[in-house]
Design a protein around this ligand. Structure first.
Ligand code: SAH
Length: 223
């Protein structure tokens, strides 16, 4: 996929993703156009592939970010509350914030302080990012994402950017009804994306989507 969808600029990358059917929503396309991936990926930012960001973490491939946004899109309306677990580089947190403006909030959670510091620095590279931080639209916290971030909930939707070893009930508990969770889950050495919907009446419906390879959601490394 990378050979087809990469580009020499952010706009070229996003256009190629759209032309090749990896972005179908105009709202997602515009949100990704508005966030320069070079502020978040230290090398080869316009490749459609994951890139190392230090601390054994990676920024996910642009087509995965696009798919996560499209999957959560019915819950990404102005004013929505969003939780981004395993926020890593902060790129997706920024894109999600663009999709819930005005009035929405996004909390990015990572368990490595160095990455939380880096995400704040990355966001400050653009005027839009600085505005999102200064207005409180986006904040980053250091916490164990397997427990969610109950203080900021309940959420319209939750994105998890690292593979969970199990279906964590705390995350479903922190969803509004209706609400949606996008999470890679590991099962017998394979990982699949699950889209978990909490319906208006509280019923929970899990859909297994497709195979992926993510960094695992783990205990925090010793500091
Ligand atoms: N969405 C991010 C993905 C980063 S990789 C991006 O595209 O940039 C996955 C991230 O999950 C890493 O930053 C890692 O530190 C974080 N992580 C792993 N286990 C975690 C846990 N238990 N709690 C919070 N974050 C965790």
């Amino acid at each position: 996929m990378a050979w087809r969808c990469s580009g020499s600029t952010n706009a070229a990358l996003i256009n190629n993703l759209a032309v090749n059917g990896l972005i179908n929503s105009e709202r997602v396309k515009q949100a990704m156009m508005g966030v320069d991936r070079a502020h978040y990926a230290p090398a080869q930012p316009y490749e459609d592939s994951p890139q190392p960001i230090g601390f054994s973490a990676t920024i996910s491939a642009p087509h995965m970010h696009a798919n996560a946004c499209e999957s959560l899109l019915p819950f990404l309306h102005p004013g929505a509350k969003v939780l981004d677990i395993g926020s890593g580089s902060g790129y997706l947190t920024h894109v999600l914030a663009e999709l819930v403006k005005p009035g929405g909030t996004v909390v990015g959670v990572d368990h490595i302080q160095g990455l939380v510091d880096m995400t704040n620095k990355n966001m400050r590279k653009s005027q839009e990012g600085r505005d999102l931080l200064d207005s409180g639209t986006v904040r980053f916290v250091k916490a164990d994402g397997r427990k969610g971030w109950a203080q900021g909930g309940p959420y319209d939707c939750i994105h998890v950017g690292a593979a969970a070893a199990e279906h964590h009930q705390a995350l479903v508990d922190q969803l509004k009804a209706p609400g949606r969770l996008f999470v890679p889950v590991e099962e017998s050495y394979l990982q699949h994306i699950y889209v978990v919907d909490k319906k208006e009446d509280g019923r929970v419906e899990k859909k297994k989507m497709y195979g992926v390879r993510y960094v695992p959601l783990t205990d925090a490394p010793p500091e």
